[in-house]
Design a protein around this ligand. Structure first.
Ligand code: ATP
Ligand code: MG
Length: 552
C-alpha cells in the first residue's frame, strides 16, 4: 500500500497533534519484549508499528529487553529475539538495550518516592496483601505498616537490598489509594526481595522492581515519547502515569494502547506455544505449523509479506481476529513475481510413453517464470518414462475431468501431447503405471495448431528426477469444529502435517536452504533450513496457489 492511499491510524493522529503542539522534538518508540519465549506474529505487529512510526516521523526506534524478572529469562530467547528483529528489518541502530541496565536508576527513584512519602516498606505477607486489597466492588484496607516514617522506610528498604530479610518477608509499595476504583492503584508492590541470579546483573541484586514500576521508568529513562502497548495495559495506565509523574520527569512518555493481533486457526500467545512445544505436539519453537517468527521464517514467509499483512490488518482499538488466509494472500503476492516455477510431482505415478524410443532423451527449454520475462529459461529433459501426479489419471473419470483417462489426450507442460491408452495394476488392483502414446507433431515450440486439448499437466523425467521429501501443512487447530474440546484442550487438526516422497525436476537440486520455488499447480515451497541436505532435500509448502481471500 502506498503512503498516499493509506489513511492515518489513530496513533499517528495523536502523534501529529503532539507534534503540532510542539510537545516533542523527535519521536522515540520502542519494542520491549520479555525474554521468556520466542517472538510470534503478534509481536511482529508491535515491532513493525513501533519501527514504522519512528521511520515515518524521522525518529528513533529502541529495542529493549524487559528483563526485570529474573525467573524466566533465558539466553536462548534473547538470541532468538535479536535474530527475529533483524530478520524483520526493524533497524534499532545496532544497540540492544536492557531494562536491567537501569536497576541502579530505578533504585534511586524508589528512594526518591520513599523520601517524598510516596512509598513504604510493608511486612504483610503476599496472602495478607491480597486480602487487604479489596475487590472490584469493595475498597481495600490500609496496611498497618503504611504510616512508617520516611527514616524507617529508608532503613528497611536498604536492609531489603542488603539481604537482611528473606524472600517475601517485606516489599516496597507505592502509597497511592487503597480505595481507588482501579485496583492497580491500591498501593501496588513496586519492589520485592528475590535471591535470584539475573542473566545480566548476576548476583548484584537481591531486590527486583515489579513490572508496573519498572516499565514506565525504562521508557522515561530512554526518552520514549509514545509508549505503544496492547489493550490489557489500559487499566495500568493510571499507575504508569503516576510513576513517571512522581519520579518528576519533565516530558514523560505517553502510553497508548492498541488491540492485539489475533489470527484464526493458529495459536498465538507465548504461553500456549510454549506448552505445545513442551508437550511435543510440535517439533520445537520453529515448527512450520506455528506462528512464531522462527516458524514463519522456516515455513517460507518473507519479511515483506509480513509487512504487507500488518498494513492490511491495520491498527485498531477494538479486539478482532484476522483471517489466516489474508497472511497467505500476502506471501502468495510476494512470491508470485520472485519464485521460479518448476515442475515437481508430489505424489508420483509412472507414465510410460510406449511409442517413444527406448534410451532416447531430448531437451526442452521452458520459462523460469511466465510472469517475469527477465527470469530467463532453463532446460528440462524428456524420455520414455515420466512421473505424473496420481490424481492426474483416472480410470473412470467424472464429468469435466480433462486430465488423463483412457482415450483422452492432454498436453504435457512444455513438451508433447500424450494420449492415454490404459494402465497397469498390481495384484490388489492398485494402479502402478499409466500408458500413453505421444504425437511428435505436437512438440512444444513447433507452432503446432492441428488440434486443441483441454488439459495440461506437469511431469518430470523419471531418469533424472530427484527424490525429495515434501511437507504439506494445514492449520494446527481445527476451528471449524471449535477451537477447544469439551475438556478445554485445544482441538488439533490430525492432518496438520503430511509428509510425501516426491519427484522433482533435476534442476531442483540446485536450490539451497531458504530458497523459494513454485511447483506449478502445487503451490509455493521453500527448502527447509533445518532438515534439508544435498542428499535428502526437504521442501516445505509455504502456501497453495488458490486463495480464499480477496483484498477489499
Ligand atoms: P504473549 O501475550 O504472547 O505471551 P507478551 O505480551 O507477554 O506476549 P511481551 O514480550 O511482553 O510478550 O511483549 C512485547 C510487546 O509485544 C508488548 O508491547 C506487547 O504488548 C506486544 N504484543 C504481544 N502480543 C501481541 C499481539 N498479539 N499483537 C500485538 N502486539 C503484541
Ligand atoms: Mg508480557
Amino acid at each position: 500500500m502506498s503512503e498516499e492511499t493509506r489513511s492515518k491510524n489513530f496513533i499517528e493522529n495523536i502523534i501529529d497533534k503532539d507534534l503540532a503542539e510542539g510537545k516533542y522534538e523527535k519521536i522515540v518508540t520502542r519494542f520491549p519484549p520479555e525474554p521468556n519465549g520466542y517472538l510470534h506474529i503478534g509481536h511482529a505487529k508491535s515491532i513493525l508499528l513501533n519501527y514504522g512510526i519512528a521511520q515515518e516521523y524521522g525518529g528513533q526506534f529502541n529495542f529493549r529487553f524487559d528483563d526485570t524478572n529474573p525467573t524466566k529469562e533465558d539466553e536462548e530467547f534473547v538470541n532468538s529475539i535479536i535474530e527475529d528483529i533483524k530478520w524483520l528489518g526493524a533497524d534499532f541502530g545496532g544497540k540492544v538495550l536492557y531494562a536491567s541496565d537501569y536497576f541502579d536508576k530505578m533504585y534511586e527513584v524508589a528512594i526518591k518516592l520513599i523520601k517524598k512519602g510516596k512509598a513504604y516498606v510493608d511486612d504483610l505477607s503476599a496472602q495478607e496483601i491480597r486480602e487487604y486489597r479489596g475487590t472490584l466492588t469493595e475498597p481495600g484496607k490500609n496496611s498497618p505498616y503504611r504510616d512508617r516514617s520516611v527514616e524507617e522506610n529508608l532503613k528497611l528498604f536498604e536492609e531489603m537490598k542488603d539481604g537482611v530479610y528473606e524472600d517475601g518477608a517485606k516489599v516496597l509499595r507505592a502509597k497511592i489509594d487503597m480505595a481507588s476504583p482501579n485496583i492497580n492503584m491500591r498501593d501496588p508492590v513496586i519492589y520485592r526481595i528475590a535471591r535470584m541470579t539475573h542473566h545480566n546483573t548476576g548476583d548484584k541484586w537481591l531486590i527486583y522492581p515489579m513490572y508496573d514500576f519498572a516499565h514506565p521508568l525504562e521508557d522515561a529513562f530512554e526518552g520514549i515519547t509514545h509508549s505503544l502497548c496492547t489493550l490489557e495495559f489500559e487499566d495500568h495506565r493510571p499507575l504508569y502515569d503516576w510513576v513517571v509523574q512522581e519520579a518528576e520527569f519533565e516530558n514523560p512518555p505517553k502510553q497508548i494502547e492498541f488491540a492485539k493481533l489475533y489470527l484464526t486457526n493458529v495459536v498465538t500467545g507465548k504461553r500456549y506455544i510454549k506448552k505445545l512445544v513442551e508437550d511435543g505436539v510440535v517439533d520445537g519453537w520453529d515448527d512450520p505449523r506455528l506462528v512464531s517468527l522462527a516458524a514463519l521464517r522456516r515455513r517460507g514467509f518473507t519479511p515483506s509479506s509480513i509487512k504487507t499483512f500488518m498494513e492490511l490488518s491495520g491498527i485498531s482499538k477494538s479486539q478482532s481476529s484476522c483471517d489466516y488466509a489474508m497472511l497467505e494472500y500476502c506471501i502468495r503476492e510476494d512470491l508470485k513475481p520472485k519464485a521460479p516455477r518448476y515442475m515437481g510431482v508430489l505424489r508420483p505415478l509412472k507414465l510410460i510413453i510406449d511409442n517413444y524410443p527406448e534410451g532416447q532423451t531430448e531437451e526442452f527449454e521452458i520459462e523460469n517464470n511466465s510472469d517475469d520475462p527477465d527470469a530467463g529459461m532453463r532446460k528440462i529433459t524428456f524420455s520414455r518414462e515420466l512421473y505424473i501426479e496420481q490424481d492426474d489419471f483416472m480410470e473412470e473419470p467424472p464429468k469435466k475431468y480433462f486430465r488423463l483417462f483412457p482415450g483422452n489426450e492432454v498436453r504435457l507442460k512444455g513438451a508433447y501431447f500424450v494420449k492415454c491408452t490404459g494402465c497397469d495394476k498390481d495384484a490388489e488392483g492398485n494402479i502402478i503405471a499409466v500408458h500413453g502414446t505421444y504425437d511428435p507433431e505436437t512438440r512444444s515450440g513447433s507452432g503446432f495448431e492441428g488440434r486443441k486439448v483441454k488439459g495440461t499437466i506437469h511431469w518430470v523425467n523419471a531418469a533424472d528426477a530427484i527424490d525429495a521429501e515434501v511437507r504439506l501443512y494445514e492449520n494446527l487447530i481445527d476451528e471449524e469444529k471449535g477451537k477447544l474440546n469439551d475438556d478445554g484442550t485445544l482441538n488439533f487438526n490430525p492432518n496438520s502435517l503430511e509428509v510425501l516422497e516426491s519427484k522433482l525436476e533435476a534442476a531442483s537440486a540446485d536450490f539451497k536452504p531458504g530458497d523459494h520455488v513454485q511447483f506449478i499447480r502445487n503451490g509455493y515451497f521453500v527448502v527447509d533450513t533445518k532438515d534439508s541436505t544435498p542428499d535428502h532435500m526437504v521442501f516445505n509448502r509455504v502456501v497453495g496457489l488458490k486463495s480464499s481471500y480477496k483484498p477489499a
